[in-house]
Design a protein around this ligand. Structure first.
Ligand code: 0L1
Ligand code: MG
Length: 263
């Protein structure tokens, strides 16, 4: 059930999207709307998506966020969230990310699943996801909460498209049956120094669980994951803050690297 009026949802969507497009910080929206519900939060996110699509922006994928227990504990939230990926979020592997277009970006090592069959919740489980997966590939997310000092609660962050801002997909694709997804090792380097390590199981025990959770969360709104969807599963490592001039390289066991530079 939502507590916000349609006009309030539209105003909050504009408020948060303006902050994203013009790269400025705002305070978390639950400060002013303490009675807003999770449904209100997703209504705001979907309204931001509608605004972008109305301007001709293409939606090129989905992301799950806060999917590691460690990160949920770190940010003080109780469950994962999802967001959408817009066409202009995509940066080529080895490419440049304009730091001035962002507020306080952080880099996260993730994997992406690309589906070959639709996934319709509720009740989707890892087996359904693996059967519906065309291939898995490395991906790095650049998150950039629009909230001051990255301070938020779960409802505020959902409304803010789960801090989505840029992503880099690269490396080598592989069929899920050829990967040991739970044990898949990831090493993140910033400016040539190892800053984070992790394995696939950091994401909800198995990377495919994240895709299953997305299908089941979308089902709550009558939505599903169509065939051919690119889905980022959430951070395997902690998010690392980066400055202008920093470069990163994430090495994925058996799947190559993903790199980029903040300019
Ligand atoms: O992609 C993520 O895991 C981030 C989701 C939003 C929380 C954050 O900004 O840290
Ligand atoms: Mg992420």
């Amino acid at each position: 059930m939502g507590n916000l009026k349609k006009q309030q949802v539209e105003e909050l969507a504009k408020h948060l999207e303006d902050a994203e497009l013009q790269a400025y910080e705002v305070t978390k929206i639950t400060d002013d709307f303490p009675d807003m519900t999770y449904e209100d939060a997703f209504n705001i996110q979907w309204e931001i998506r509608r605004r972008k699509e109305a301007r001709g922006t293409k939606i090129v994928g989905m992301k799950m966020g806060l999917t590691s227990w460690a990160k949920m504990a770190q940010m003080g939230v109780e469950k994962p969230c999802y967001g959408f990926l817009a066409d202009y979020f995509s940066i080529p592997d080895g490419g440049q990310i304009k730091h001035d277009e962002l507020i306080h970006p952080k880099v996260e090592a993730e994997l992406a699943f690309v589906t070959k069959a639709p996934l319709k919740g509720p009740g989707i489980h890892i087996g359904d996801v693996l059967r519906a997966t065309d291939f898995v590939m490395p991906a790095v997310e650049i998150i950039d909460s629009r909230y001051k000092d990255f301070k938020f609660d779960l409802k505020s962050v959902i409304a803010d498209n789960s801090s989505s801002s840029r992503f880099v997909a690269g490396g080598t694709m592989a069929k899920p049956e050829d990967l040991d997804l739970k044990n898949l090792g990831v090493v993140m380097e910033v400016n040539g120094e190892v800053v984070q390590l992790g394995a696939g199981a950091a994401v909800l025990g198995h990377p495919a669980s994240s895709v299953a959770m997305l299908a089941n969360m979308l089902a709550e709104r009558g939505e599903h994951i169509p065939a051919g969807t690119f889905i980022m599963i959430g951070a395997i490592t902690a998010a690392v803050q980066v400055n202008k001039g920093d470069s990163f390289c994430v090495r994925y066991q058996g799947l190559g690297t993903v790199s980029g530079k903040f300019v």
